[in-house]
Design a protein around this ligand. Structure first.
Ligand SMILES: [Zn+2]
Length: 464
């Protein structure tokens, strides 16, 4: 695995060094865009330098060049002609409770044949899968008959699945119109958005809102750092973040957000950086630190989901940790119903009720580890013997058994001996040792020095 990661870094390095390399075109764009933006904007902001444009800078050099005007007489003639083939375009948003009839009416389409086609054609019925707020565009002729219709059915940031319904030309001999429908993949225009800010006394989610970080990007951020940071208890006022993420556009209109490609978080003066890498031919990309450690850890830092609801609960104090040697675990205060997550991949060893624990789940993990989740208000449909993945919801916070208020009692055991779960952050992802580590560090320091060079270059560009 390390030799492959090293190759990835080496390849990225080549791409950084040789911008004309035809290989990995998309990832080159991704990497240079993320690295470029992260440092350009960051440094420009830090230096208080705003990029200048020739329009607002009277000192900027101007270019005077004679312009040849196109001959527009033909176009003017066309505009003033009475054109019986005119096509009108209209766009509408799906509304809650919309039917095909009500949608077509709002679009200004009055065409029973088209309506009948959409209702019975399996592909065209894809329109029914649209959510309220999604847009539908229709072209119609001057008698309000449908010429074509497009709707974006979904996809990812880079690609959209577009439903196209078209009238077949020419019409049938008896004058009735026929239609056809297809779904096609359309490339979106992929852009890199940047958001940055700092955590204030208002807390994590207020800071994310203030920096206009979309919810799905916040969720990715929580997931990327879930092995190293307990957002409920570790995040502090003054922490800073910078995020670069993909966003897909069509004809200048926002379609949807994609993946976080680079992220930086300074938590209590400790710098965390992660980059997304998807090795060529491997769809399972992951987040890595600059020194080549996977961001993934065998266990999550917190067994309770951090959300807008739970974030204000129990303050920013550390989890109740009272004499855990006798207590055997750590108590995480959270509202009843908060999702409880399997902190590591494993098998359900016990699910049910035990005296003081109330409703409890015990998970068995590899290498002699096990975890206990107690006082649950309910189980998330899990059964004994079932395999669960890291981060999977297994139950809900409650106060069953001997509990005075809603909280999760969490135990972390090694060979059935309780351990302090707050110390498991020390379990880092595997890292290279000996000679191979030296080789690896050589590659990454080389890459970092080039990124530093890029940083300097971009600062100069922004300042000039
Ligand atoms: Zn407890």
């Amino acid at each position: 695995m390390w030799s492959r990661l090293r190759e990835v870094f080496a390849r990225e390095l080549v791409v950084l060094v040789d911008p004309t390399s035809p290989q990995h075109a998309r990832r080159r764009k991704q990497l240079t865009a993320s690295v470029g933006t992260i440092f350009t904007l960051g440094m420009a902001a830090a230096m208080g330098v705003a990029p200048r444009s020739a329009f607002n800078d009277p000192g900027a050099p101007r270019v005077d060049e004679p312009l040849r005007m196109p001959d527009v007489r033909d176009q003017l003639d066309q505009l003033t002609d009475i054109d019986t083939d005119a096509v009108y375009v209209r766009q509408e948003r799906m509304q809650r409770g919309d039917t095909i009839a009500s949608l077509l009416r709002r679009l200004g389409v009055d065409d029973p044949d088209a309506q009948a086609f959409i209702l019975k054609n399996p592909t065209a019925r894809g329109l029914f899968s649209l959510n309220p707020g999604q847009t539908v565009q229709a072209q119609m002729d001057d008698s309000n008959m449908l010429v074509s219709l497009q709707a974006n059915l979904g996809g990812d940031a880079a690609t959209s699945r577009e439903l196209v319904i078209e009238r077949v030309e020419p019409a049938k001999a008896d004058g009735t119109a026929s239609y056809k429908a297809r779904v096609q993949n359309v490339d979106n225009d992929l852009r890199y958005e940047m958001a940055s800010g700092s955590i204030s006394a208002g807390g994590f989610f207020k800071a994310m809102d203030a920096a206009n970080v979309p919810d799905e990007i916040v969720q990715q951020m929580l997931s990327i750092f879930s092995g190293v940071i307990d957002f409920q208890h570790d995040i502090a006022s003054g922490d800073r973040f910078r995020i670069i993420y993909e966003a897909g556009f069509q004809d200048g209109s926002f379609i949807r957000n994609g993946r976080v490609v680079a992220i930086e978080l300074i938590n209590r003066n400790q710098l965390h950086q992660a980059l997304w890498f998807a090795p060529e031919g491997d769809s399972n990309g992951a987040y890595y630190t600059f020194d080549g450690r996977s961001m993934k850890r065998p266990f999550l830092r917190s067994p309770v989901e951090f959300s807008r609801v739970s974030s204000g609960f129990g303050g920013r104090e550390h989890p109740l940790h009272h004499a855990w040697a006798q207590h055997k675990g750590v108590d995480f205060a959270a509202p009843t119903g908060t999702k409880v997550l399997a902190t590591g991949e494993g098998v359900i060893d016990f699910v049910g009720r035990q005296n003081g624990y109330g409703n409890i789940i015990i998970l068995k993990h590899a290498s002699g580890y096990s975890t206990y989740y107690a006082h649950l208000s309910g189980f998330a449909g899990v059964q004994q013997g079932q395999r669960v993945s890291q981060g999977q919801v297994i139950g809900y916070v409650g106060q069953t058994g001997w509990a005075t208020g809603p909280h999760l009692h969490y135990e972390f055991r090694f060979n059935d001996v309780p351990q302090n779960p707050l110390s498991i952050a020390l379990m880092e992802a595997p890292v290279l040792t000996g000679k191979s580590r030296q080789e690896f560090l050589g590659y990454t320091s080389n890459m970092l020095s080039r990124i530093n060079a890029l940083r300097t270059y971009n600062v100069l560009t922004a300042a000039n």
